[in-house]
Each structure stands twice: as C-alpha cells, then as structure tokens.
Design a protein around this ligand. Structure first.
Ligand SMILES: [Zn+2]
Length: 401
C-alpha cells in the first residue's frame, strides 16, 4: 500500500509530461498560416500523421518478431534445422540461420512497407513509380542487406567464439573500418544501384555553384543530378562521400521546381555540412555508439546463456537476442541521434545566409520543399523530439528570419 502515493505521483507527472509533449507549440498554426494555406497544413498533417503511426506499428512488429524468436522455441527450432542442414560446418549453420532470419523479417514487414512506401505514396500523389519498379528496389535493397549480412555475422561470431567477454572491442574496430569504407564507396557502389547520375548540364548554374563552393572554401569535384523523378515528386539534395568520391547530388525534381537562386540556397546548405565536417562527425559518433551498443550486447548474451536462453554466447540462437538488444538501444538512442542531426542541420542553415546572403531565396525554397514533400508544418513536439532529423520548416524559416 505504501507504494500507492508514489505510483499516483508518477502517473500524474507522466500525464503532465505527455500532454506537454503531445501539444504543438502555441502560436504555431498562426505562424504557419503566413506561408501555407489551411489545406496545405491539413494535407501535411494527414500524410505525416500516418507516417508517425506507421513508424509505431513497424517498431511494434519488429519488437514482437524478435521477442517471439527468443521466448518461444521457434528460434531454437530454426537454429537446429540450419545446423542439421549444414552438417559439421558451423559457419554455414550460422550463415543459413542469419539469412533465414533476415528473409523472414523482411517478408513479415513487406505488407507494411508496400502500404507505406507504395500505396500510400501514390494516394498522396508523391510516387511516380510503378509496382514492378517498387519491387525491383525492394529486392535490390534486400540483396544488398544479404551481401553485407553474411560476412558481418560470420566475423562477429568468429570474435565471440574467440573471446565471449571482450569480443565487442575487435568487432567495433573492424565494423568501424567498414563504416569508413562504405562512406567512401557508397556514392560509387551503392547509390548507382538506385539512381542514375549525370553531371549538371546548365553552364550558368554550374558556374554559380562553383563560385559558391569557392566562397565556402570547398573544392567541389562533382555536381551531379539524380533521376529521382522516376520514383517520386519529392525534391532533395545531399552531399556524400569524401576524398575522391566527394560529390553534391541534386534531385532532378529540385531542378524542375526551383529557380537558380533557390538551388543555390539548397547547395549552400549542403556546403555548410561540409564546412562543419558533419560526415566525419557522423562517422565518429556512429563508431562510439557501436562500441557502447556492442558492449551492452556482450553483457546481454552472457546473461542469456546464464539464464539458459542460449547454450553459450557463441550459440547462433543468440542472434535474435543480439538483434533485439541493438534494436531497443537504437530506439532509445533515436531522440539523441535526431537531436544531434537537427543541430547539424541548423548549423548548415546558418551557412546559407553567410554564403549567399539571400534570405528570400532561402525562405522560399524551405516553403516550397515543405509543400513538395508534404511536410507536417505544425508537428507535435513528441514527433519532432523522437523522429525529426531536420528542424520543422517553421523553425528553419525562423532561423533565416
Ligand atoms: Zn542538411
């Protein structure tokens, strides 16, 4: 009985916190109406509201799938089947088990992904892709995951077998090196699987961009246009790679809808990311997060074998436990990761004004991109804290103002 007042206090506090977090910022709608029509606001709310919900459902499905494999005999039955198939080749048993888990997982999520990524995008007039094209992308993504999963999981268990306590140290070193390599190679190896890239042709725009890069002190090697319009009407631009693979990529959808001033504003933002070394910082932070995450996973695997959930830390049946630990940690860390990302985005936004001095173009392109991408211009605070890698559009306009 003594815990009751405490429990009541906790409930009251959580309700207070929840209502503060659920509400939008006061005055947000009035501010939004300066730039957007009520219909645009409602449409963005409806589109993004569904995406928040889909994120919740997807996370619940992912959690349940992994939990079921751990608490029911299903995971161990599948491991036994793979072990029987592989004979006396432990690496093959592990590979078969990991691959079948990934296939099951992706098939389970397929209806949600199809609804969210295809049907819903068409419903809102955002997708230009046909069903065959969508499935080709899905299959390419899956193939890529398989290609990366097989060596990674074998390496991981090689280290776990060698040292069931401290395996996460060499694993972090190797995976960190892989992240670096992928950051370098992705623009030339992975991105071309999904988009075709051509050099920006417009000579006047090219000259402007190169001048802008000069002012930013960044030797731009390539400004490329991606044929995004084959998939979507959404507009975007990004900066990727480093060293010789460094490049600025513009969606053709952005070029179609924006003036040269606006494209320049978007690129100044991308150069801001360069000037602040956001790619390097991102890689560094990922490696630190990986180290902590794998360290905790090592503890969980030892706990699991002590509790008899798995025979020992190197038991392949521990894979769902490992995946669950990393998944829960990534959910917990998502608000932190997004807060850091929003900080980077604000820094990059401030560079736009420093480099171009063109406040109007910056604001105009923010408003236009929010319209094109059906942004929620009055998002609830919890969604921003949890899910937003970029500040909401009104905040970005406020920075410019
Ligand atoms: Zn950015």
């Amino acid at each position: 009985m003594r815990i009751l007042p405490g429990a009541a206090l906790v409930c009251a506090l959580s309700l207070l916190l929840a209502s503060a977090v659920m509400a939008g910022t006061p005055g947000m709608r009035e501010a939004a109406l300066k730039y957007f029509t009520p219909e645009e606001i409602a449409r963005g709310q409806s589109y993004m509201g569904g995406r928040y919900l889909l994120f919740g459902i997807r996370s619940a499905v992912q959690l349940s799938f992994l939990l079921l494999l751990i608490v029911t005999p299903a995971g161990r039955i599948l491991r036994d089947l793979c072990t029987a198939w592989a004979g006396h080749r432990p690496w093959l048993a592990l590979t078969l088990y990991a691959v079948s888990l990934l296939l099951l997982y992706r098939l389970l999520l397929l209806p949600l992904e199809l609804y969210g990524g295809y049907y819903r995008e068409h419903m809102y007039g955002l997708s230009t892709q046909d069903l065959g094209g969508w499935f080709r992308d899905w299959a390419k993504g899956l193939l890529l995951q398989l290609v990366m999963l097989v060596p990674t999981v074998n390496l991981l268990y090689l280290f776990i077998r060698r040292d069931p306590v401290r395996w996460f140290v060499p694993t972090t070193v190797i995976l960190g090196a892989l992240i670096l390599l992928l950051t370098f190679l992705a623009p030339v190896v992975i991105d071309p699987l999904f988009h075709r890239f051509t050099p920006l042709e417009d000579p006047a725009l090219r000259t402007r961009i190169l001048r802008l890069a000069e002012r930013a002190g960044i030797p731009v090697e390539q400004v490329l246009v991606a044929d995004a319009s084959r998939r979507t009407v959404k507009a975007n631009a990004y900066v990727t790679g480093f060293g010789r693979t460094k490049r600025i990529v513009l969606y053709d959808t952005l070029l179609k809808r924006s003036s040269a001033d606006e494209v320049e504003a978007v690129l100044a933002h991308e150069m801001g990311h360069r000037m602040y070394h956001h790619i390097w910082k991102g890689v560094g932070l990922s490696v630190v997060a990986l180290f902590v995450g794998l360290g905790i996973t090592a503890l969980v695997l030892r706990w699991g074998s002590a509790r008899g959930l798995i025979t020992d830390p190197a038991d392949p049946a521990g894979l769902p436990l490992l995946a669950l630990t990393l998944f829960v940690l990534s959910l917990v860390m998502l608000p932190v990761q997004n807060a850091i990302s929003r900080h980077f985005e604000r820094q990059a936004d401030r560079t736009v004004l420093e480099l171009t001095g063109n406040r109007e173009a910056h604001i105009k392109v923010e408003v236009d991109l929010a319209r094109a991408n059906l942004a929620d211009v009055t998002p609830p605070r919890w969604a921003v804290l949890l899910l937003y890698s970029h500040p909401p559009v009104l905040e970005r306009i406020a920075i410019a103002e």
